[in-house]
Write a new protein. Structure first.
Length: 469
């Protein structure tokens, strides 16, 4: 649909943030004029706004592009019981590569999986199941043989006391991909889905350089119309107006915490090449270790914590004092809040997935999806942050709720400034825009993706629900 013709004229729109109605003319990728009763120019594409809100395009500050695309072609077992899992694996079709690829494994619902358990379910076809966290793959014996795991040396290959692979592969995506010589999935349909949700900017938080290169190729090749910022260490210069390199993703794993000096060294090396860090933290201990490492290495503007799943008010104050940002994921509460409540130490429950406390402490906070592990839909994110409802209806942390309008501001922040001021619509600004089918106040009463009427990126129409005038 990418069309700008001789320009685009959006008529009778409610221009963010002031809400005044006007016409908005788009030329050569920028807002050329905002005024009343602008007359269409020859060849100009005219789109009726009918009083709907015109916003800067939404940003997702933390997702995983290739993993989200791959999930679409995988068997999702997240809603199945243990018995249903066994039946589904027995009947699942293998893909073109000969593997049964499964996502959504949950050890509480499905039990801890290893090669022997999976062989009992289905041992004849190579099969790999990804844990819902994305950190673990469980592989059956046929799959381990295909991978040559007996003789491989990757540190993530778990082995028993006899040195036999258990079938559990920890943070081994890079090794899996290289061993399988797997090609990255197409991102074309994902790009279209992002546009239909009003998303014009995304930050790929995958630490793997190959994922960054796949994103680069998808943007350059026209599969992804969005602006993409990557976080992989060692990512090359993108040389494209819609591509950028952001902070270095650093993963602090709880099952194998890094040495303080090693973590501080990684942070210092990123700073030395002019990049901030984005540190994955999902526990109280990981956050404390990260703060200590930042103190040792020094804080750079743009340093951020990803998730911050357990943070008490004192930690919020320490983050604010250092100027460290937090990128959080409200839909994980909506999707898994009951599980978090049940599995978390009772003393940590009050500190789960804080949002309001962080904001009140002065921390710059931005919402995100963490797709495919959270909900890609930013409108679901607005609902989740405002309500904090778990699947059972429990309100997890009522004091952490924020008005949808405040959360929206975080979605409008630049990719390189999460939690910063929202992008604005003004003459001369980039025409990265989303048009809703109603005024913003009405849309925020019940946020939903169906309110998105049109999405423009760099002045080109990439999504529209109805025809122009």
């Amino acid at each position: 649909m990418r069309r700008d013709a001789a320009g685009i004229l959006l008529r009778n729109v409610e221009v963010y943030p002031h809400g005044a109605r006007a016409d908005c003319r788009i030329r050569r990728g920028h807002v050329a004029r905002i005024g009343h009763e602008l007359h269409p120019a020859p060849g100009e594409l005219v789109i009726r706004g009918d009083g709907g809100a015109l916003l800067p395009g939404l940003a997702d500050h933390h997702l995983h592009l290739t993993a989200t695309a791959a999930r679409d072609s995988s068997l999702d077992v997240s809603a199945l019981s243990r018995g249903e899992l066994a039946a589904a694996l027995a009947e699942a079709d293998a893909g073109d590569d000969g593997w049964v690829r499964v996502v959504g494994h949950d050890e509480v619902a499905h039990g801890n999986l290893d090669r022997d358990t999976l062989d009992a379910y289905r041992g004849s076809v190579p099969m790999r199941l990804q844990h819902r966290s994305g950190a673990l793959w469980s592989v059956n014996s046929a799959g381990l043989a295909r991978l040559g795991a007996d003789h491989a040396s990757h540190v993530g290959i778990e082995r028993d006391l006899q040195g036999r692979p258990t079938g559990r592969l920890w943070r081994a995506d890079d090794w899996l991909r290289d061993t399988l010589d797997a090609k990255p999935p197409s991102l074309r349909s994902l790009g279209a889905r992002l546009a239909s949700l009003g998303l014009t900017h995304v930050a790929d938080a995958t630490p793997d350089p190959a994922a960054a290169e796949a994103a680069f190729a998808a943007v350059r090749g026209g599969e992804l119309p969005q602006y993409v910022m990557v976080m992989a260490e060692g990512a090359g210069a993108p040389h494209h107006p819609r591509l950028s390199v952001g902070p270095v993703k650093v993963v602090v794993t709880d099952h194998e915490l890094p040495d303080l000096d090693d973590l501080a060294g990684r942070i210092a090396r990123a700073h030395a090449v002019g990049r901030a860090v984005a540190v994955h933290c999902v526990s109280r201990v990981a956050l404390a270790l990260t703060l200590a490492a930042l103190d040792q290495a020094g804080v750079r503007d743009g340093d951020r914590v990803e998730h911050g799943a357990v943070a008490d008010p004192a930690a919020a104050g320490e983050l604010a004092r250092r100027g460290v940002r937090v990128v959080t994921q409200p839909t994980l509460v909506a999707l898994r809040g009951d599980d978090y409540w049940q599995r978390t130490d009772p003393g940590d429950r009050v500190d789960l997935w804080r949002y309001g406390t962080l904001v009140r402490a002065g921390v710059r906070v931005a919402p995100s999806s963490d797709a495919p592990y959270g909900d890609l839909n930013p409108w679901a994110c607005l609902r989740a942050a405002a309500g904090r409802h778990t699947p059972s209806g429990r309100v997890l942390g009522p004091d952490e709720r924020l008005p949808a309008r405040d959360v929206l501001r975080g979605m409008l922040a630049p990719l390189d400034d999460p939690g910063g001021p929202p992008r604005r619509i003004a003459v001369g600004s980039a025409a990265d825009l989303v048009l809703l089918d109603r005024p913003l106040t009405d849309a925020l009463r019940s946020p939903h993706a169906r309110h998105v009427r049109a999405t423009l990126i760099a002045g080109q129409l990439v999504y529209c629900t109805d025809g122009p005038d």
